[in-house]
Design a protein around this ligand. Structure first.
Ligand SMILES: CC(C)(COP(=O)(O)OP(=O)(O)OC[C@H]1O[C@@H](n2cnc3c(N)ncnc32)[C@H](O)[C@@H]1OP(=O)(O)O)[C@@H](O)C(=O)NCCC(=O)NCCS
Length: 220
């Protein structure tokens, strides 16, 4: 039997623990260790994996023939940054899909994206690169989820919903059909989104209403 390819996981927090479990359940890769930018973790062992260093290790790993990497960071902007840096360094950014995920026909899933246990992505939907579809979240038909977005556990997108890049939808939120949630938005936990949401907005509640404009849009 062919040897499984080696992979390094970037991130050593709670989200990384979930990613490691998905990779373990997939059984397609051998995880050789973890990386993290937090220097105090370097040299420590997390869940049996050594934290080998941070981005400074990219070249060394490549020389050792470790060419696949998964970015396991929950924060959308940090995940985007490391994803882009790892791409520039020449790593292949693989996706990680739990065996219990259900994926419909003609669905596309971008590089580096994660589908956790119990997720559903229905027919003709497009998931961008470096996206998190967290535990039990569902994306119905004809949705588009932009790069570096995060659908928290138990989010439900109805058919035809568009989610902009870097947007975070909080745990248990629901989005009604054919709406657009803009770029870099935050949707609060448990929200029911009944109208489209402009770029950078933070909304919460049922019906979801703006809490404030995002820091990005205020230019702070
Ligand atoms: C919406 C959210 C981003 C706001 O966070 P915040 O800026 O720290 O807001 P605060 O806690 O200061 O609350 C501000 C106001 O919004 C209200 N509010 C906060 N979150 C809310 C929510 N999910 N639904 C309804 N109202 C909410 C608060 O009650 C408060 O109201 P008040 O001003 O009348 O007292 C956050 O509460 C949230 O829901 N995050 C999602 C987290 C999540 O799902 N994580 C999953 C990771 S896997």
């Amino acid at each position: 039997m062919a040897r499984k390819p080696k992979i390094i996981v970037f991130g050593a927090g709670g989200h990384a623990k979930v990613v490691l479990d998905v990779l373990d359940q997939m059984g397609s890769y051998v995880v050789v260790g973890l990386l993290d930018d937090s220097a105090q973790l370097h040299g420590t062992t997390r869940w049996g994996y050594k934290v080998c260093g941070g981005r400074d290790q990219f070249a060394t790993l490549q020389r050792r023939g470790i060419t696949r990497l998964f970015v396991a960071l929950g924060d959308n902007r940090r995940r985007q940054f490391v994803f882009e840096e790892a791409g520039k360094a020449g790593f292949e950014l693989v996706s990680a899909i739990h065996p219990s995920a259900q994926i419909g026909g003609r669905v596309t899933i971008g590089a580096g994206s994660l589908l956790v246990a119990g997720t559903v992505v229905n027919v003709d939907s497009m998931i961008g690169e470096n996206v998190i579809i967290n535990t039990g979240a569902t994306v119905d038909h004809d949705c588009r989820v932009g790069p570096h977005a995060h659908l928290s556990p138990g989010v439900h997108l109805a058919g035809g919903v568009v989610v902009g890049e870097l947007t975070h939808i909080g745990i248990g939120a629901v989005v009604l059909p054919n709406l657009t949630i803009g770029r870099a938005c935050v949707v609060g936990a448990g929200a029911v989104v009944r109208e489209s949401v402009p770029d950078g907005a933070v909304v919460a509640g049922n019906p979801a209403r703006p809490l404030r404009e995002s820091e990005e849009n205020r230019g702070t």
